[in-house]
Design a protein around this ligand. Sequence first.
Ligand SMILES: [Zn+2]
Length: 105
Amino acid sequence: MQSKEWDFDDHSSSLLSLILRLRIGHTKFAKQWMVKNEEPLHCIACDVQLSVKHVLVECGNFYHERIRHFGPGGFTVKDLLGSEDVGSIKRVLDFFREIGLYSDI
Ligand SMILES: [Zn+2]
């Protein structure tokens, strides 16, 4: 299967911790401003505060990337982050990699 090529076993604990951060919404891009005592990060396109939900399912700016990784329409944060399936987790992380936020999860 494709997921094996991804070497999931070698990185599974760190990848799972990324997914956990996304699930609870405590990512660097969404929360680190609190720790650093800075202004919250805003989506440049929508002028709303950046959140996991906004990036994953709301922001029109990432529409094409979203379709490329998750297929067309109608999913929730839970649909994307709730699965333990390696393929699902890989798709989410690949999405964040493509939009340039992977290192800020
Ligand atoms: Zn946006």
